[in-house]
Design a protein around this ligand. Structure first.
Ligand SMILES: Cc1cc2nc3c(=O)[nH]c(=O)nc-3n(C[C@H](O)[C@H](O)[C@H](O)COP(=O)(O)OP(=O)(O)OC[C@H]3O[C@@H](n4cnc5c(N)ncnc54)[C@H](O)[C@@H]3O)c2cc1C
Length: 388
């Protein structure tokens, strides 16, 4: 049987014209606008609002929002490209954009009714940062053991409780908040609410002082008799668990993208440095021992990238991707840790100080194995699939 080359299928890493243009514009932005601020943002644990405004102008804060709502009308794969390119320079910016697109906007597109979409999607594309509040002090991996309570009261629900670890807590004006309307109903009581900053009874609490992704804010949220109108229920009452599961399955691919971007950033730094740094009369990149270390890192990064792109393309094709998303997250986060660690080693003493960029990437890599489902939880998903 003969095959025309056109029947061979699209290679995973070949980007379509629109993807290429999009990727290049973000790469350029990240190098020009983000890179000069990385050290300062890490030191001060803060992302300047002016940079967030530029991200809105660039069109990366509403990637999948349809044109009709003022968004970029892109696909999930575009979000993956954006998160990857931004994370190559600063994974804190990568996660800000990731949460906005793969969790918040994704949940609204999938579960929002027309009213919710009309009220929030144009603003999310223009100037509104979103956050996704599921975790609590007592419910992390066991997310559906959450205890934040929502009591029905006329045309409103009254929320009481606390959320922990909420990314974008400082910058966000919209918080997708998961609470239970009936603790006795278990996961079937969980409901998703749209809470605006400024709602009475809602406040942003303590900001965490972190090992890595320091510029990304991670905050506690406090709900004290916080009245949320019924119109701000996202999806069906008692179906919040579905909102959470479906968005997090996709969000995981975004974290994979963050981690391969980070690993590529670290590898690029290591390649540049080892070509410049001389010991024993030649560049350290001339030593075969160093070359093989760099080559191994490139191998691992390529493997991780293929799993991320595959999961994202499966999602856009409407195919099942649950196991692939778990695989891409666990592999990419482990590769990011190994490659950034190697970069620190290859920088020698300079790898250990803040004057050079790789110690930060090493610190930033650790989070990939923790949030949006720890590595053990990804292994649980994969084990379930392979064991049947
Ligand atoms: C920087 C940062 C940002 C975050 N952003 C958000 C956010 O925006 N929104 C949000 O809702 N949450 C967020 N989180 C919370 C994050 O998702 C949780 O920290 C994560 O799910 C793990 O929960 P935990 O911290 O309670 O750890 P635990 O669930 O207590 O886990 C501790 C350890 O036990 C292991 N473990 C637990 N259960 C099992 C099991 N059944 N089998 C095997 N091992 C197990 C875990 O793998 C882990 O190693 C963020 C966290 C951090 C640190």
């Amino acid at each position: 049987m003969t095959h025309d080359i056109a029947d061979a299928g699209q290679p995973l890493t070949i980007l379509a014209e629109d993807e290429l243009i999009f990727r290049d514009s973000i790469r350029e932005f990240a190098d020009a606008q983000v890179r000069p601020l990385v050290r300062e943002m890490d030191d001060h644990a803060k992302i300047p609002r002016a940079l967030i405004d530029k991200l809105f102008d660039l069109g990366v804060m509403g990637i999948e929002v349809p044109d009709a709502y003022g968004g970029a009308g892109g696909r999930f794969f575009h979000s993956v490209l954006a998160v990857e390119e931004l994370s190559r320079v600063d994974p804190s910016i990568g996660v800000l954009v990731d949460v906005q697109n793969t969790l918040v906007i994704n949940a609204l597109l999938r579960w929002g009714n027309d009213d919710v979409k009309r009220r929030y999607l144009p603003r999310l594309s223009a100037d509104l940062v979103g956050a996704y509040a599921l975790s609590e002090a007592g419910s992390g991996s066991d997310a559906f053991a959450l205890t934040t309570r929502a009591r029905e009261d006329g045309e409103a629900f009254v929320l009481s409780g606390r959320k922990l670890w909420i990314t974008n807590g400082n910058e966000a004006d919209l918080f997708i908040t998961f609470a239970t309307i009936d603790p006795a109903a278990g996961y079937r009581g969980i409901t998703a609410f749209l809470v605006d900053r400024g709602t009475d009874g809602f406040s942003v609490g303590k900001k965490e002082d972190k090992l890595g992704i320091r510029a990304s804010s991670t905050c506690e949220l406090v709900f004290e008799d916080c009245r949320v109108p019924r119109a701000n229920v996202l999806g069906e009452i008692g179906k919040g668990y579905k909102v959470a599961i479906e968005t997090l399955n996709e969000g995981r691919i975004g974290i994979g993208a963050q981690m391969i971007g980070l690993a590529r950033g670290a590898l690029e730094h290591a390649i540049r440095y080892t070509k410049e740094r001389k010991q024993f009369g030649k560049a350290i990149a001339d030593f075969q021992g160093v070359q093989f270390q760099l080559a191994r890192a490139a191998v691992e990064l390529e493997a991780a990238k293929l799993t991320v792109y595959n999961a994202a393309r499966l999602r856009d094709a409407g195919r099942p991707f649950l196991t692939e998303a778990a695989i891409c997250k666990i592999l990419s986060s482990e590769v990011a840790e190994r490659v950034s660690s190697l970069a620190v080693n290859l920088f020698g003493g300079n790898g250990f100080v803040k004057e050079y960029p790789v110690e930060k990437l090493f610190r930033d890599a650790k989070i990939g194995q923790i949030y949006e489902g720890t590595s053990n939880l990804q292994l649980q998903t994969i084990a379930k699939q392979i064991l049947g």
